[in-house]
Design a protein around this ligand. Structure first.
Ligand SMILES: Cc1cc2nc3c(=O)[nH]c(=O)nc-3n(C[C@H](O)[C@H](O)[C@H](O)COP(=O)(O)O)c2cc1C
Length: 415
């Protein structure tokens, strides 16, 4: 495998990764490792953060009904997606500016994903270029795109992805404009990040992060001037580039411009999911952008059953938002997802220990999925879909009744 400067940095000896047992522990360690401004950029959501919290709570509102005395001595969690076997039913979600968590963050995380046998989705807003990530990682890569004001910009990203051997384009459709992340506004978060009066104490309190980041400037490496030479509030920069008039015509144009797999991310509505399948999408990602866009949008796992039912197996359904445990992945797969994407969990791993941190987070999820399958009495994820009745909505949980109705539909379809 090719080496790059990105991969030369190893986990510090003090990072006793084998003593971090859960994604929640990685979050706590990331909070200590990062300046508050950077931690909040990763951790935060839009406005009152209801959807951010709702994503996790919706998983908490689902309960398992394990079956006893099934032979679970041999377990398998791998899944097939677009002709590839994913050793863990997880993908690393696109996350802009991962280079704030660790120098060359996307290249480093992509390398960990490759080694774990899972795809990495490079954000358009990444701090490493499409080509730099390809050079660092041999495994499957997807490129996440927005529809830009100028089709020529989108077209050139598509061509670069094709030239670099990316396997899929992941078109994000829930960002006609940037959501309002008030933590970023309060912290004076800009691109490139600048030390100002209101964030100076926080940045200076993390000398290890400062030392690590010296010489690794963070900009948008894939777009026009990459943000160089100007300092802009993050939301303002994103809004200046996005195209709020994007429509189904643009989707059709992209479908004709990209010969590979086209995945559409940011879908919460069953009718939209069906129309996307009609228009040639190869998969959808049920997602509310990790609660960073429309606050009040339905939690992703709660939107999942109706979308799975509506699509009826025409195309794979992926989901993200709030996955913090392997048991969450198993719940999503039992409802009918093919795999889950994770965003913050791997960014926290990256912040704690770079590539080794990301590998450990994926390893924690893998072990939790394995244990959940055994305890549930289901030896392979392939059998989960036929056993949707092993996951029950919480009795008396908020919105549980509506979800219960969708579940009943799912059960009927499965049998
Ligand atoms: C710091 C950060 C940056 C993100 N940047 C992007 C992005 O550039 N493009 C995109 O489609 N989604 C982006 N997302 C959303 C993720 O792809 C994903 O939908 C979300 O993180 C899933 O929720 P989770 O963090 O609870 O796993 C970002 C998420 C975070 C936390």
């Amino acid at each position: 495998m090719r080496q790059s400067g990105a991969t030369a940095r190893r986990a510090p000896a003090h990072a006793r990764l084998d003593t971090l047992y859960s994604v929640a522990e990685f979050r706590r360690r990331a909070k200590r490792a990062l300046p508050p401004m950077v931690f909040d950029f990763i951790d935060g959501g839009a406005e009152d953060e209801r959807t951010l919290r709702g994503n996790e709570q919706a998983f908490d509102d689902l309960w398992f009904r394990p079956q006893p005395l099934n032979d679970v001595s041999r377990r398998c969690q791998s899944v097939e997606l677009f002709g590839r076997t994913l050793s863990v039913p997880v993908l690393l979600a696109p996350a802009g500016l991962a280079g704030l968590a660790w120098p060359h963050g996307e290249a480093v995380a992509a390398r960990a994903a490759s080694q774990a046998g899972v795809p990495f989705v490079v954000s358009t807003a990444s701090s490493c270029s499409i080509e730099e990530v390809r050079a660092a990682a041999a495994g499957p890569l997807w490129l996440q795109l927005y529809l830009w004001r100028d089709r020529a910009v989108t077209g050139s990203l598509v061509r670069r992805a094709e030239d670099a051997g990316y396997e899929a384009i992941c078109l994000t459709v829930d960002v006609p404009m940037s959501g309002s992340r008030e933590r970023d506004l309060r912290n004076g978060m800009t691109i490139p990040p600048r030390i100002r009066f209101r964030n100076a104490a926080g940045v200076l309190s993390r000398p290890r992060w400062m030392a690590r980041m010296a010489g690794a400037p963070v900009t948008f490496a894939n777009v026009s001037d990459g943000g160089r030479g100007r300092t802009m509030a993050l939301g303002a920069y994103v809004n200046s580039q996005l195209n709020p008039s994007a429509s189904w015509d643009d989707l059709r144009w992209l479908r004709s411009a990209w010969p590979g797999k086209l995945v559409v991310k940011g879908v919460l509505d069953p009718n939209a999911a069906c129309r996307l399948a009609d228009e040639g999408a190869d998969a959808v990602v049920v997602s509310n952008h990790g609660g960073r866009q429309l606050d009040g949008a339905v939690p992703a796992v709660r939107a999942l059953p109706e979308i799975v039912d509506a699509l009826g197996g025409r195309i794979p359904v992926l989901m993200d938002g709030g996955v913090r445990r392997g048991s969450d992945v198993v719940k999503a797969l039992a409802i009918g997802a093919t795999a889950c994407l994770v965003g913050r969990p791997y960014l926290w791993g990256l912040a704690v220990a770079g590539e080794a941190g990301v590998s450990r987070v994926v390893g924690v999820l893998r072990d939790e999925i394995d244990r959940t399958l055994a305890l549930l009495g289901t030896p392979s994820v392939g059998e989960l879909v036929a056993q949707a009745d092993r996951v029950l909505p919480g009795i008396g949980s908020t919105g549980g009744r509506a979800q219960g109705a969708a579940w009943e539909g799912r059960d009927r379809n499965a049998r």
